[in-house]
Design a protein around this ligand. Sequence first.
Ligand code: ADP
Length: 553
Amino acid sequence: PDDVPESKHLSALHRLFGHKNFRPLQWRIIGSILNHRRDNCAVMSTGYGKSLCFQFPSVFTGGVTLVISPLISLMEDQILSLKVANIPACLLGTANVQKEKTYKEISENKYRLVYLTPEFCAGERGTELLHEWSNTLPLTLIAIDEAHCVSSWGHDFRASYRKLGELRNLIPDVPILAVTATATEKVRIDIIKTLQLRNPQFSSTSFDRPNFYFAVNHKSDMPESDFRKIMEHRGSKWKFSGPTIVYCITRKKTEELSAMLEEMGLNCAPYHAGLHIKIRKETHEKFVRDELDVIVATIAFGMGIDKPDIRNVIHYGISDSIESYYQEVGRAGRDGQPANCISFYSNDDFRMHAFLRMKGCKNQANRERKERMIQFVHEYVETDQCRRQFVLKYFEEKLDTSNRDTCCDNCLKIKLHTTNSDIYTDLDENGKYNFSTDARLLLSVIDCMNCSYGMMTYIHVLRGSKQQKLEKFFRFPLYGAGKGKSEIWWKELGNLMVRHNLLTRSTASFNEFATLIEMTDAGRAFLLDPKKELLTHPTQEMLPCLRSKKNIW
Ligand code: ADP
């Protein structure tokens, strides 16, 4: 009986929030709070509408909900939209100006929602007030937004969140709703334990975002050409398919890429925590109003942005966990229309994250945990299986991917390559090519040349180039041994071998702009063990180099 809302709930929903109906999980949660005062732990994908779950109960009953959230800007946005709907709400952060006045109004039950920072709750005055309110106010609910922050298994652990466990002792009889957009099972268990939830009802929306297309590319040395691959040329300008966020790992990179895209004819701005809050706000607002095509940001940008029509989230530099990656791309396509989640990565990104881990993470156990988390990112970029399935499996969700051409680059490739198998004699039935012989040839040349050159020099030697500067290699046994294949073939194979961790790029000690190609330990092992194989899909660029059945006729 209480699994459907009554007409009094629906009319309040319509009158106060302007919605016709609750979404199924919204009512499951709200109903359990109103009818059973039950604790809840909810994992809701971005855009599902979690705010309603904690806003509706107290607005409906005339009580008060305490909302704890990590970001002031996020709370301010919500308070603003509540004000527009004539729902009184206030915020208690650490730096309030008119605190005493607000405390008084709260005690007079003037507010339906009281937003609090976790620091405020943990502080001395905060603790006092919470205790007082638990006796004097008609508290309906305590909502903990972004609840994954309580867990050190999550990607965004905050010490101030840990202390929220005290809430249960301070205010023992009010239901708690813990809600987040991303949480693995470990994180969920941690949330329930830390916040002392009692027999909580667990709800979860599917993590799948069917409108997303996932792709991963290797960074080239030229960001501009990387970006051109995913843009269109119109008139004399380059364009994205719609509003776009580009994420980078460092602040410096956001500035560089923003300037580069500006040169290409786009309106864009950088966004990172080093910029003044006023500038950040302005940038955000311009983006929402479509006065900017692109925001080039560090992960400081995102929580709480409410723009439904973001068409591309591009990571130029890979995330340090699948959780944060999925939360970042989750900002795209909230309107349900197609959106692209495209990553560009290089091994340098992983090195950069390792450096940041060393610098930022003093606790050994935490560092190792972070290392394990980024290992999944490594697997994500390297997989030749469905990327959507990979991510969903990470969040312990099964997916039926039948017939999804627009799923990810790998699904698209598999689709193309099965037909390729019919065309090219050199491919096996899965469209894969056996690169073992060529890979060994390239590795041998690199080994003989002491791993001290760039890719093009190795290729010129392999293909027997007559360039004068290569003279010292003319008598070399492998000189010209790869003549039968084109330059493009070898270049693509080189990149492929970097992706498969047989080769690695490094910066030359004599010139920071020169990239050397070296053999990895795995590459050396591959060279020494004739049983090892490199069997994988050729890139599009390689296809013209293959023998096709048509030629046989
Ligand atoms: P998130 O889960 O990302 O915090 P929000 O609470 O910001 O999501 O809600 C996302 C969007 O969905 C908002 O524009 C909100 O108005 C809309 N929304 C929420 N609940 C409903 C509903 N029951 N019916 C229609 N739209 C809704």
